[in-house]
Design a protein around this ligand. Structure first.
Ligand SMILES: *Cc1c(COP(=O)(O)O)cnc(C)c1O
Length: 240
């Protein structure tokens, strides 16, 4: 572990990462789903022969990325792609096959590459769901358009969090996630009360992750702008 903001409840992206010269890879999580931080630009591995690996589970297809910056990208389907049950992997050919120790068959990417991702029975419903949502994404202007929409959604929600004296964001502006927006009461308060106020308006699962408390609005690609507007309205209508 070369960079972390653990000492401050993971509330920011570490800016100075002391890397070793001979590290084979540098791993980042592009978007921290629980704490709501997001890498806006990615760090470069110090080792010129090293490569960047990213868990992009919670922000894949939410913004354009330069795939050539990475040796390996992996992402579970269930946030921005479709139903749980499948994982997307993008791996650079030249980093494969470099390990001497025995890798269990199932854990070896080459197994899946050789079998066209059908070494075992594929979860066809999940894959079909992802196919539909990728078509939806394409039909709605693709990644560029969804990024603009995601920015608009997040900006107006953060604006309300900053403006509304009842609430505050634990995350500094420059590291705020466009996908997961955590917020807390500025001066404490009845969290269950706000959650049930929202629940009555059809605004569900706003409870923060069990490890952090407070509130968290996950506004993945599939969340329409109207959903964000409804939350903002609830925040404005809520009185203690
Ligand atoms: C949701 C999530 C995971 C966990 O995915 P599982 O399929 O539940 O194991 C891992 N990493 C990130 C960044 C996530 O958002």
């Amino acid at each position: 572990m070369v960079g972390s903001s653990k000492e401050s409840m993971y509330n920011h992206i570490p800016k100075k990462v002391p890397q070793s010269n001979d590290a084979v890879f540098l791993h980042v999580t592009s978007n921290n789903t629980i704490y709501g931080t997001q890498w806006k630009t990615f760090p470069t591995p110090k080792n010129p022969n090293g490569y960047l690996v990213a868990d992009m589970s919670s922000d894949i297809f939410s913004r354009p990325i330069d795939v050539s910056q990475f040796g390996l990208i992996y992402a579970g389907a269930q946030k921005n792609m479709g139903p749980a049950g499948m994982t997307l992997v993008i791996v650079r050919d030249d980093i494969l096959g470099k390990v001497d120790r025995e890798i269990p068959t199932m854990m070896n990417y080459q197994t899946h590459i050789d079998k066209g991702s059908m070494f075992n029975t594929p979860p066809v419903m999940s894959i079909y769901g992802v196919n539909r949502s990728l078509h939806w994404l394409k039909d709605n202007g693709g990644i560029q358009a969804i990024e603009e929409k995601n920015k608009r959604k997040a900006e107006k929600l953060y604006y309300e969090i900053d403006r509304n004296p009842l609430f505050k964001s634990p995350i500094p502006q420059e590291d705020r996630s466009l996908m997961n927006v955590p917020f807390v009461f500025a001066d404490g308060g009845d969290e269950e009360g706000f959650l049930s106020f929202c629940d009555h308006r059809g605004l569900k699962t706003l409870k923060g992750h069990r490890s952090v408390g407070g509130f968290r609005a996950s506004i993945y690609n599939a969340m329409p702008e109207a959903g964000v507007d409804a939350l903002i309205q609830a925040m404005q209508d809520y009185t203690v």
